[in-house]
Design a protein around this ligand. Structure first.
Ligand SMILES: C[S@@+](CC[C@H](N)C(=O)[O-])C[C@H]1O[C@@H](n2cnc3c(N)ncnc32)[C@H](O)[C@@H]1O
Length: 296
């Protein structure tokens, strides 16, 4: 594991309890699961993760035949995706770099009576997972920004999939990433009501892939401050996370280069306009989604 991923690993272990509390506060965290309408419930999960009907239709077509098939969730975090897939009869492997995130997910899976294989590892290098071992892979709810080599990561996802296998990705839209008052790095409350929060200011340029550094609170894992590259005191500090600015064309090209056919791409608009109007982010897209198929 490279040094930057090792730092991100520590950040996510620190953040895991807070991440759990955040999910708990949003209501039932197991909504992807549930019989008897389990297929419908799982598709609801994908709808909530903001794919268009066309995107959901591609998944439905594939998921319709997922019973007994193998699925891998990459950067599984809250594991909602893993629960949704397992509840539909898939044999699920959930991969995350943070053992703390996986421990919490394992407790939840136990509550739900779901059997999931939890695998601690770096999604850009998973040597013990088999070539072509999976029919479905997904990486949802913002993962790639913590990965130092997008091409290596998507090549690894491609290696894991059987030809014809589906890879579903949802990330924060890259135009949302570089702002100093962006919630994605400085905590979910930061951009609203923050001093200066009405004036978007860029921490870095759209085309500057990074690595960009943010200090985080070691107690909570919450990001606190962008580290200016000239800031020798904080640069590469013990409590730094490394973030990467993959552009839209990077996402598409890394996928194509990894041998995927892109079935569907969607830029999700910002939903809560009033909340985001304060810093004009309501004018920007919010999410970036892809449904891809490994070429035969
Ligand atoms: C924002 S969460 C997204 C996942 C999930 N949808 C959620 O909302 O919890 C990001 C997850 O990616 C994981 N992660 C970050 N870098 C990783 C890496 N190199 N390999 C595997 N997982 C990684 C983190 O531990 C975290 O659980």
């Amino acid at each position: 594991m490279n040094k930057m991923h090792e730092s991100n690993h520590k950040k996510w272990n620190a953040a895991a309890p807070r991440w759990k509390a955040r999910r708990d506060s949003k209501g039932p965290w197991h909504r992807g699961h549930l019989v008897p309408e389990r297929v419908e419930k799982a598709l609801e999960y994908w709808r909530e993760n903001a794919l268009t009907e066309q995107g959901v239709a591609h998944i439905a077509q594939h998921l319709g035949s997922l019973e007994g098939k193998n699925a891998v969730v990459l950067g599984s975090g809250d594991n909602f995706a893993a629960f949704a897939l397992a509840s539909m009869g898939a044999t699920v492997t959930s991969v995350d770099i943070s053992e703390r995130q996986l421990e919490i997910a394992a407790e939840r899976a136990k509550d739900l009576g779901l059997e999931i294989t939890f695998h601690q590892g770096d999604i850009s290098d998973l040597p013990t997972l088999p070539d072509g071992g999976y029919h479905f892979a997904c990486s949802v709810g913002v993962v790639a920004i913590w990965i130092s080599d997008l091409w290596q990561y998507y090549a690894e996802a491609s290696r894991l999939l059987t030809p014809g296998g589906l890879f579903v990705v949802s990330e924060v839209h890259p135009v949302r990433q570089m702002w100093s008052n962006c919630e994605y790095f400085i905590g979910e409350d930061a951009m609203v009501g923050k001093e200066g929060g009405n004036t978007p200011e860029a921490d870095f340029f759209y085309f500057d892939r990074g690595p960009h550094q943010y200090l985080y609170n070691p107690e909570t894992g919450a990001a606190t401050e962008f580290v200016d590259p000239e800031d020798e005191e904080n640069r590469d500090a013990e409590n730094v996370q490394y973030i990467f600015q993959w552009t839209v064309s990077d996402y598409l090209m890394a996928m194509i280069d990894a041998g995927f056919e892109i079935l569907h791409v969607w830029e999700e608009p910002t939903k809560n306009h009033d909340r985001w109007r304060q810093n004009c982010f309501h004018a920007l897209p919010n999410g970036f989604r892809m449904v891809c198929k490994k070429k035969q």
